[in-house]
Write a protein that binds this ligand. Structure first.
Ligand SMILES: [Zn+2]
Length: 136
């Protein structure tokens, strides 16, 4: 497993506060890495955590530390493409992504939401959801 950089775990100061990744998300990393490998990737690369990319549509879950993004282009059969407007889409030749998503949700239970996005898999945990430990 590899983090893009330390901004996955800690944000820059924002309105005088520094945010950090929620332990609920921290404990998904190990099992997500195992799933990525089970689906043929060399490793899981976390591309976004507390830090928010400019294009991000799910900004609040990220800066509050309740979301992670995992790279999908290192999964076999998955290619990522950039449109002229700067947004991304993917092709999933073997249909791996819906199965991977289903496995993530089955492992982590209903407190976690998993969404296939243009160039990554997004998952989050809402603070108001009841916390249950994840299955590793
Ligand atoms: Zn995200």
């Amino acid at each position: 497993m590899r983090l893009k950089d330390e901004t996955v775990l800690f944000s820059e100061l924002r309105h005088g506060r520094r945010y950090c990744l929620s332990p609920y998300l921290l404990e998904t990393i190990e099992s997500a890495d195992a799933l990525w490998r089970a689906y043929g990737a060399d490793e899981l690369v976390i591309t976004s955590g507390v830090e928010i990319d400019a294009w991000h549509t799910r900004a609040s879950e990220h800066w509050q530390g309740n979301a992670l993004d995992g790279r999908i282009r290192n999964l076999p059969g998955v290619t990522v493409h950039r449109r002229a407007d700067g947004t991304y889409y993917h092709k999933d030749r073997d249909g791996r992504l819906p199965d991977l998503r289903a496995d993530m949700m089955a492992r982590w239970g209903p407190d976690y939401r998993v969404i296939i996005e243009g160039h990554h898999m997004h998952w989050d945990n809402k603070p108001e959801r009841i916390y249950r430990p994840v299955r590793r």
